[in-house]
Design a protein around this ligand. Structure first.
Ligand SMILES: CC(C)(COP(=O)(O)OP(=O)(O)OC[C@H]1O[C@@H](n2cnc3c(N)ncnc32)[C@H](O)[C@@H]1OP(=O)(O)O)[C@@H](O)C(=O)NCCC(=O)NCCS
Length: 114
């Protein structure tokens, strides 16, 4: 069980935010990777969005590594952005352009012939 979603999709700027979660008992099976590649390929290749962004907390090393593996770049750090579990946490912003995605993963769109 898990989910992947886009939020704040702005068709004029061509930007959207990406969110991912996989239930603990289903993690480490490649589901987040597969879902992320599918969603990014759809948004860039079919819907003409040109940039994906994601917020990742400073302690979330798995998601930071995942965003970098998708081809994203760390673009910013919102310091002391959230408070929970007794302390403040920074929130990191990752950005990925369509060109960077296709360079890293190739086109995932349909092959059109003729
Ligand atoms: C982040 C999350 C979505 C990853 O889901 P997942 O299905 O387990 O990820 P995958 O199996 O596709 O793994 C993707 C990569 O991360 C690595 N990875 C996944 N979980 C890991 C862990 N606990 N420790 C170290 N590496 C891990 C995998 O090894 C894989 O890298 P690889 O292909 O080089 O081996 C999941 O851990 C989760 O839901 N966490 C809680 C919610 C969250 O943090 N969401 C993101 C908020 S920005």
């Amino acid at each position: 069980m898990g989910c992947i979603n886009t939020t704040q999709a702005d068709p004029v700027a061509g930007r959207f935010y990406l969110g991912l979660a996989v239930a603990p008992e289903h993690q480490r099976k490649g589901y987040a990777w597969e879902a992320g590649i599918l969603l990014l390929g759809y948004m860039f290749g079919e819907r003409r969005y040109q940039k994906a962004q994601a917020y990742v907390h400073d302690f979330n090393e798995v998601s930071q590594a995942g965003m970098l593996a998708f081809g994203a770049t760390l673009e910013g750090r919102l310091r002391r952005h959230d408070f929970f579990a007794g302390r403040y946490h920074d929130n990191l912003i990752f950005g990925l352009t369509a060109e960077e995605f296709f360079a890293a993963h190739g086109s995932t769109g349909p092959q059109v012939s003729g």
